[in-house]
Design a protein around this ligand. Sequence first.
Ligand SMILES: NC(=O)c1ccc[n+]([C@@H]2O[C@H](COP(=O)([O-])OP(=O)(O)OC[C@H]3O[C@@H](n4cnc5c(N)ncnc54)[C@H](OP(=O)(O)O)[C@@H]3O)[C@@H](O)[C@H]2O)c1
Length: 251
Amino acid sequence: MILGGTSEAAALAAHVAAAAPDLSALVSLAGRTSAPRPLALPMRIGGFGGADGLARFLRQKNVKAVVDATHPFAAIMPFNAEAACRLAGVPLVALRRPEWTPAAGDRWLDVPDMAAAARALGGEPKRVLLTIGRQELAAFGSAPHHRYLARTIDEPEADHGLAELKLVRARGPFALADEIDLMRREAIETVVAKNAGGAATEAKLAAARTLGIPVVMVARPAKPDVPVVETVDAAIGWLRDHGILPTERGV
Ligand SMILES: NC(=O)c1ccc[n+]([C@@H]2O[C@H](COP(=O)([O-])OP(=O)(O)OC[C@H]3O[C@@H](n4cnc5c(N)ncnc54)[C@H](OP(=O)(O)O)[C@@H]3O)[C@@H](O)[C@H]2O)c1
C-alpha cells in the first residue's frame, strides 16, 4: 500500500502497475483534493481512524509493505504509519523528496511554522504571494495589514478570515516564465512557501531570485524515525529488496 497525495506516489503507482500487473496494490488518499488525478493503481479515499485503525486495515487486508509517500508537510500520517506498521509487523519506508536549499542570490528567511511566517512579514504593509495550500491561510489573520494573493488547487474554506485575499486556482507544475509573469503582474513583494522540495513547484523560487523578491520559507514538520528513500527509483529498489516487486531480471 502506498500512502499517497504526492506526485511521487503517483509515479510509484504507475511503476508498480506496469512492473507487477498481478500484484494486489493500492494507493490511499486522505480525500483533501476534490478531483484527484487518476492513478495507475486502485485507490481508497479517507482516513483510517488513527494509527489503530490503520493497523487494523493492514491486518485485515494482509498488507505486506507500506510506502509512506505522503506530502512532506503531512504532520500526522507519517507517525500513524510508523505506529501502525510497528503494531501490525509490516515493513515501512518513507519516500521523502529532499528539501530545497537556497542558491546564490536567494533571499530566504527560514521560519519554523506558519504563525512565524505571518510574523516575519513585518509591520510594513506588503503584497504577499502565499503558496502554502489552502488549509493554513487563517494563520495570516494575525497580519491583516498585508494584501494577500493565495494560489491553491481547490477553493479554500470560506472562513479563512482574510479580508485582503485574492485567490488564484492552479495546480503545478509551474514554469519559470509564468511564475515571473505572475509575480510582476501582481506586484508581489514577498513570497511565503513551504519547503516542500521537488521540481513541480520549484520555479517560484527561481522567479523570486530573478526578481530579487524575499521568500519566507516554512520548515517541514517533524517526522518519525523510519527508513527513508528520497526518490521513486529508490522506493522501487526497496520494494524489490522486500520481495514485493520482481527484480529487474524477473528472478
Ligand atoms: N499538508 C500539505 O501541505 C499537503 C500538500 C499536498 C498534499 N498533501 C496530501 O494531503 C493529504 C492530507 O495531508 P495532511 O497534511 O492533512 O495530512 P496529516 O495531517 O498528516 O493527516 C491528517 C489525517 O488525514 C488522514 N490521512 C492523511 N493522509 C492520508 C492518506 N494518504 N490516506 C488516508 N488517510 C490519510 C489521516 O486520518 P486518520 O487518522 O483518520 O487515518 C490523518 O490522521 C496527504 O495524503 C498528503 O500527502 C498534503
